[in-house]
Ligand binder design. Structure first.
Ligand SMILES: [Zn+2]
Length: 90
């Protein structure tokens, strides 16, 4: 466990490690529900269906993250949230 990292745009992320290896993340964002919605995201290679970690420090993930509740889309790049209007599977 780590302290949440502020990515900007009200988005924060917490990294979950096991034996030093990054396994998953949880990110929070202001949602239409009015609450701070938490989403869990599995990561490769531990989870083959997860997101790719391009760099850990600063954090860069692929592809974009999407909230099904409010339609929020964005990519985590160089430790910052970048709002995105398209979903790219790279
Ligand atoms: Zn949302």
């Amino acid at each position: 466990m780590s302290d949440p990292i502020d990515l900007g745009f009200g988005v924060r992320v917490e990294l979950h490690r096991l034996h030093g290896a990054l396994r998953s993340i949880t990110y929070w964002h202001p949602c239409v529900t009015g609450s701070d919605r938490a989403s869990w995201v599995p990561l490769r290679p531990h989870n083959p269906h997860g997101w790719d970690v391009l760099t850990e420090t600063p954090l860069t993930l692929s592809p974009a993250l999407v909230c099904r509740a409010c339609g929020l889309r964005g990519v985590v790049r160089n430790g910052a949230w970048q709002p995105s209007t398209e979903i790219k599977k790279t």
